[in-house]
Design a protein around this ligand. Sequence first.
Ligand SMILES: CC(C)(COP(=O)(O)OP(=O)(O)OC[C@H]1O[C@@H](n2cnc3c(N)ncnc32)[C@H](O)[C@@H]1OP(=O)(O)O)[C@@H](O)C(=O)NCCC(=O)NCCS
Length: 209
Amino acid sequence: MVTVRTTAPPPPFRRVLQDGTRVLFRAILPSDEPILRKGLRQLSYASRYGRFHSGRSRLSSAELRYLTNVDYRDHMAWLAFDVTGRAPEGLAVGRYVRLEDEPKLAEVAITVCDGRQGCGLGTLLFDALARVALRNGIDAFRAYVLAGNDAALRLARRFGAVASSGGDQRLRLDAKLRRALLGAAESAAPGRSWPAAFPAGALPTLKQM
Ligand SMILES: CC(C)(COP(=O)(O)OP(=O)(O)OC[C@H]1O[C@@H](n2cnc3c(N)ncnc32)[C@H](O)[C@@H]1OP(=O)(O)O)[C@@H](O)C(=O)NCCC(=O)NCCS
């Protein structure tokens, strides 16, 4: 079994979207495998294609383990939950993975569930990932995006990404992470945080919410 040496996960934070949805962002946990599995199953073909560049609807056990056992430094993932109602609902996941041969660069991927795209979640996740990355010595993000993926292209552009050919139908997007650009999330989704329900550093699981 592969053991991942973790650092402390960044503390959760909260935002209110323009439509009033209360969103809790927290770092991913090994116990989140079912959430990822369910989320992928519910994702439309178009969104799956946008994320994986294929229509895959299942992840293997090994892939799920890899995606949920992160060290919060070289591999970091945030989950976003709608906590407006009584039962929290998974909305989105965003992650970065540091490149082994270019340690100041990380590949980033974000997936927002279909009904909640275009509400600012992608922008908030990019911003939150960038903040953790910068603290860990990563100063640029790279993403491979299909040429027709307007939402992803606009999101990347908001953070100053430059596009080059990534082969096939793909574009390679490179964004320098400058602190000055962070905060773009606030203008995209001018949400405010609401009073902390969890003490800083606490890592609520779904049951606790
Ligand atoms: C790409 C994705 C992550 C963007 O997240 P999002 O929460 O929908 O995006 P946001 O609401 O933060 O908006 C980001 C930008 O995209 C634009 N946008 C959002 N949805 C759009 C759509 N359907 N068509 C065109 N532009 C769109 C927004 O207007 C915004 O642009 P602006 O800053 O110029 O105003 C999301 O659409 C998604 O999960 N898609 C499926 C998976 C995928 O393709 N992932 C990308 C691979 S890394």
